[in-house]
Structure formats: C-alpha cells, structure tokens
Design a protein around this ligand. Structure first.
Ligand SMILES: [Zn+2]
Length: 511
C-alpha cells in the first residue's frame, strides 16, 4: 500500500475543507481505509454502469491508497483486469486488496445486493438521472447518456470522503437517497429524458482543459451519437500535481500538452475535434472568424472568463469550483440576464499577484522584491529560499531543492503543492484554493451536460446558475439566481458591445 506520488496536492485540497487539518492524521486516516467497489455483470453490460465504474475508479485512485474490487459474478470478473490497469495507471503503487472483510466503505454498481458490514452506497443512473442510495441497488440504464452515470459516481466519491473525514466537516453526513435529473436539476422526477442520438453541437469551443475541462471531456467522450465540431483551447502541459484531480490523466501523460490528452480521449467519437495550444486571447487574435456559436468555459480565473465574454460568443456556458461548492452558469448576451462578465466583475480591490504571493510565502514585507522576481523570472538564490524557510519556521535544507527555480515554480510546488504544509504538519495551511477531484469532475460533467442540452434545444432551467455543495447532503434546491450587474460597468450595459453582438449573429448564425 502506498500513497500516490501527488498526495501532497491532494492533502492541500483536503486541508481547505477539513477542520483541524493535520497532515499526519490525514495520511493515517487514508492508510486505514479500504474502499470497496462491488459490481455485477449487469453493471458491466450497461453503458451507463460501465461509465459509472470507469469514473469511480478514476476518482478513488487519486486519493485512497487501497481499493478492493469485488466482482459479483463471472461476467464482472472479466472486467476486473481493465479496472485494475486503470487504477494502476493513476497510482502505480496503489494496493488492490483481495480480502473482503477489510473494506471500510463500500460502493456498489449494478442490480445485486452484496452483503457488506460497512457503510455502503449504491450507484446507478437512468439516462439523465443520477441515482445514489444508501439502502439498496438502484441499477444502471442502457442508454449512451453518461451524464446521470458520471454525476452519480461523483456523488458516491463525495459520500466516501464524508464517511472517512466526517468528523472534520460541518454537516458532512452521508446522503440517504439522491435522484437528480442532470437535465433539469430537479429531484425525484422519474424520467430518463431525451436521448442524445444525432445531437449536433454545431460550432463549439471548449476553453480550458484543467480539472473541469477533463470532467467535461470525459463526459463528451462517452456521449455516443454527438456530432458537430469541437475546438479545444488550452496552452498548458500536464504537471504531476494535476493528477490529483484530472480524471483523464495518468502518470504517462505528465509533460504532455493538455489538448493532446483531451483529443486522445475523444478519438472514438464522431465529433470533429481540433486543438489549439494557446491561450484564448492569442487563439482569438489568430482566428479569421470572430463568430463563436457556443463556448464552454472551464477556466480558473476571473480575467480570463471576462476575456471570453469580451469576444462576444453567441452563447456561453461556464463551470466553476470554489472552496465549498461548484456549479455551472449559462449566458446569452442580449437577453436581459447576467452575462458571464457580470458574475466576475471585480468588486473592490483585487490583490495583485505580487501581493498575494508575498502573503502566501509568509513575507508580506517582500512584495517589491517578489514583483521584480515575477517580472524577471530570475532563479531564486539560497538567501531568498532561506528567508521563506524562516518565515514558516522550517529548516532551510528542506527547501534547498527549490534554489535556482523561478518564483512561480517555487510557489506552485512548495506552497500550492503542499511541501510547506507537510513540513509543518498542516500548521501552515495552503491558502490557494485546490478543489477535490469529485468537485471538479462534477463541475465538468455539468458543463458538458448543459452544452449538449443547449445544442439539442432542451435546456430549460429557470435560473442563470445552478450550484451544488458536495461536502454535505444534496440540498433540495440547486437553482441559484444571479443578478445582472447594475453598476453599468459591465460590457453588457455598453451599447457598442450590444450592437456588435447583434450585428455579428444576425449575419453568422440566423435563428
Ligand atoms: Zn454583464
């Protein structure tokens, strides 16, 4: 049994949501868990069941050092090697336990009712409906719709996390029953919803292939029957720390461009996929056509989101994760509702990067010096690293490996990556927000779901935004009204922008 090589990153994420976080206690608790995943032939045979199984393994393997796969019949047994391979591709050191009695929390996919002696959650789906139950099997549907199946596994992974760390969460009890339509975000409505066959996503862009983008691509890759053009835009490469929550990423992908990972995942679909390894601004500047029929936004900061809205896409869907919750918002521009920029306009003073970094490095007085280091990208000298060590009251040898690196890389690895937190056993918590894998994955699945709904004309939700908190039982109401900005500062209040939007789409995309 061994922790994943990116466990410090996972600990950073957990330290943001767990009270009284201590690195040593966190690891001890993880080491004591054996997460069981039981499944039957019915699960393996159903596209929805196998989608649920695929993503639950992808989520669990990123955090828990020991998993016990339990096939419930011969057909399920044949499927074990593929799931083991998947788990090992994410954490090569993961222990795949064979003995049933050790299991501390169990998940079941399929129609069978295995005997378990520990808390157990049954995962299932029916088309757009995500189902989870703590009482008995809920079964998986036969459709090629991955949205209910994928969301159900995110709910299950969240419940496992809450069972393991419940004492350190406020109101972190388990769910009893979830029956949520990913079509309407209404609950307990017994309808599978329309099929996806032949849905044409037209001219769609997906901007940002981080953790949310990974969740979206996971779902689009399994939504058989989709056609149309999907243009992927992201400038970065995969870092080891990304494995903490990128559902598509394995060890072999570290160092590869994120667009390549996404394109490979979509290889078996009928979508026409193109990739652009660039930031959105650069991509837009290089493009001849300024019409954007539909843009899915999986970016992680406000300025980049405002830049996407500034390019005036005809329609935008945006997903986000924050410390506690996650969600999705949809935006026209000329429809009287909030545009994407309305939601991300800066209110009050926004801290500059140098000021934020100086605080996170424990040296607020060194803001000027850090600004210069950011501008010049100069390698850090031993003196600087020593001062950071002193600020955190840790030995300077422990940060020696970072001498010679750029300040951004030092900050990313030592602070966000959890090195300083480990050295202080959690006494110096990570200040940057790092979501848990099941939060980012669900946000991505919701992003893809709303994109597909919009393309097929069935998007019918009463509010601009929908919000889900996975750190407590599912709330009764998920709709989140978002007001349009009323200060008059937003581009959607600007007559020139409105006129440009109207001109653009009357010509390019007649309704
Ligand atoms: Zn606006």
């Amino acid at each position: 049994m061994a922790m994943a090589s990116f466990i410090d990153r996972a600990a950073s994420a957990a330290s943001r949501v767990l009270t009284n976080f201590k690195m040593s206690v966190f690891e001890e608790r993880l080491a004591a868990q054996v997460i069981g995943v039981a499944f039957d032939g019915a699960a393996v045979k159903s596209p929805e069941g196998s989608a649920s199984l695929d993503i639950i393994i992808r989520l669990l393997s990123r955090l828990y050092p020991t998993i016990a796969l339990r096939p419930l019949d011969a057909k399920a047994r044949d499927h074990v090697p593929a799931l083991e391979l998947l788990a090992k591709s994410i954490n090569p050191e993961i222990e795949l336990a064979k003995i049933r009695k050790q299991v501390t929390v169990a998940l079941v996919v399929g129609s069978s009712l295995p005997r378990t002696k520990c808390p157990t959650f049954f995962i299932g789906s029916d088309g757009w409906r995500a189902k989870l139950s703590s009482r008995g099997p809920v079964g998986s549907g036969a459709s090629m719709n991955p949205f209910g199946a994928g969301a159900a596994s995110c709910f299950a992974a969240a419940n496992v996390f809450r069972m393991v760390f419940g004492e350190q969460l406020e109101q972190g009890g388990p769910d009893d029953i979830i029956d949520l339509s990913m079509l309407t975000y209404a609950q307990a409505i017994p309808e599978a919803g329309p099929a996806l066959d032949g849905v044409d996503i037209g001219d769609t862009h997906l901007v940002g292939l981080g953790a949310i983008g990974n969740g979206a691509v996971w779902a689009l890759a399994r939504a058989a029957g989709l056609k149309g053009s999907l243009c992927l835009v992201d400038h970065e490469e995969i870092d080891l720390s990304n494995l903490q929550r990128y559902v598509l990423a394995s060890q072999c992908h570290v160092g590869s461009p994120k667009v390549d990972l996404a394109r490979a995942a979509l290889a078996d679909t009928a979508l026409e996929v193109s990739t652009h390894r660039a930031k959105w601004d650069a991509y837009v500047n290089d493009r001849d056509n300024w019409g954007f029929e539909r843009v899915a936004v999986a970016l992680d900061n406000a300025p980049d989101r405002i830049a996407v809205q500034g390019a005036l896409p005809k329609w935008v869907v945006n997903a986000w994760t924050q410390e506690i919750d996650l969600g999705v918002s949809r935006h026209g521009f000329d429809d009287g509702r909030a545009c994407l920029a309305c939601l991300y306009l800066p209110h009050g003073k926004i801290k500059d990067e140098d000021e934020k970094m100086a605080e996170e490095l424990g040296m607020p007085e060194a803001k000027q010096e850090i600004r210069v280091l950011l501008q010049t990208n100069r390698p850090l000298d031993a003196g600087f690293v020593e001062r950071v060590a002193r600020a955190f009251d840790i030995s300077s040898e422990s940060l020696q490996e970072f001498v010679g690196q750029s300040i951004r890389s030092f900050h990313q690895r030592a602070i966000c990556g959890g090195v300083v937190m480990r050295l202080t056993d959690g006494a110096q918590p990570v200040k940057a927000v790092v979501p848990m894998s099941f939060q980012s994955a669900l946000a991505g699945i919701m992003l893809a779901a709303d994109l597909v709904k919009h393309a097929s004309g069935v998007l019918n939700v009463p509010t601009t935004s929908t919000r889900i908190n996975l750190l407590r039982p599912l709330a009764a109401h998920l709709h989140d009204p978002k007001a349009k900005d009323t200060s008059g500062r937003c581009i959607c209040a600007d007559q020139d922008f409105l006129a440009a939007y109207r001109r653009k789409y009357e010509i390019s995309y007649p309704n």
